[in-house]
Ligand binder design. Structure first.
Ligand code: UGA
Ligand code: MN
Length: 258
């Protein structure tokens, strides 16, 4: 089965580094189709050239987050969800692609959809775990939610609750990195999308809650006993010296892409 990976991304100093790391993981995954969605008013040359040279099968999209939904400089990071409009644009493309194919064919009927942020760390084994997903498969996520890991708790092969430190009563207290859905489920639920106005921590639930029940979740990664994805976050590089040099007319050559 094909794995469609939807990744929101936005321009910042570390963007190319993040995309390089991610793409070089994906190069090791068979039958992966990357849907990279820029949070930008148009596709940027950096990302376009990057994808063209990547060696991956990909689709390049863009969808700007409306200004009122975007975090402003200085806002706490939990204020507004990130990447919602971009994931929805990826879903729109998938539904359109499937409709054009009449909903048929091996790359559609058995395909899986995964939402991979550009800064996390992914084990290759994770993709084999998710590859055979009937509705929604789930697994632990490391270094997230202020904990060593969060995970679905499995009893007798079924998810019965969630190990999380915060509002376990949420419909699906799972990080974006902790689940994959079948493309069939996405197509069978044409209204399913991420709510960009969702309260903090409810973005994943806004997508999953009307599609699947907790009882139906398919636990992977050794019954949720293995951490195969980590919610790593990249430090923002300091530009103090660069700024000082710019003042002296000695800034780094702007023609060199970083
Ligand atoms: C956590 C979750 O892991 C995310 O899946 C969730 O979208 C996010 O919280 C949220 O609160 O909405 P976190 O590390 O805080 O993740 O978020 P980021 O990694 O900064 O952003 C998630 C994705 O959205 C990334 O792929 C990033 O490139 C993208 N993004 C971020 C944009 O497209 N535009 C932005 O303005 C910011
Ligand atoms: Mn992140």
């Amino acid at each position: 089965p094909t794995i469609y990976v939807i990744t929101p991304t936005y321009a910042r100093l570390v963007q190319k580094a993040e995309l390089t790391r991610l793409s070089q993981t994906f190069l090791h995954v068979p039958q992966l189709h990357w849907i990279l969605v820029e949070d930008a008013p148009h596709k940027t040359p950096l990302v376009r050239d990057f994808l063209a040279a990547s060696g991956l099968t990909y689709t390049h999209l863009h969808m700007l987050t409306p200004k009122e939904r975007k975090l402003q400089e200085g806002d706490p990071t939990w204020l507004k969800p990130r990447g919602a409009e971009q994931r929805n644009e990826g879903l729109r493309w998938l539904r359109e692609m499937a409709a054009a194919a009449g909903g048929k064919g091996p790359t559609i009927e058995s395909a899986v959809v995964y939402f991979a942020d550009d800064d996390n760390t992914y084990s290759l084994q994770l993709f084999e775990e998710m590859r055979y997903t009937v509705k929604v498969s789930v697994w632990p996520v490391g270094l997230v939610g202020g904990m060593k890991f969060e995970r679905p708790v499995v009893e007798n092969g079924k998810v019965v609750r969630f190990h999380t430190g915060w509002r376990p009563s949420r419909p699906f207290p799972i990080d974006m990195a902790g689940f994959a859905v079948s493309l069939k489920l996405v197509l069978d639920n044409p209204e399913a999308r991420f709510d960009g106005d969702a309260q903090i921590g409810f973005l994943e639930s806004s997508f999953l809650q009307n599609m699947v029940t907790m009882e139906e979740l398919e636990p992977k990664a050794d019954m949720c006993n293995k951490v195969l994805v980590w919610h790593t976050r990249t430090e923002k590089p300091k530009m103090k010296r660069e700024e000082a040099l710019i003042k002296q007319g000695l800034g780094s050559d702007p023609n060199v892409e970083v």
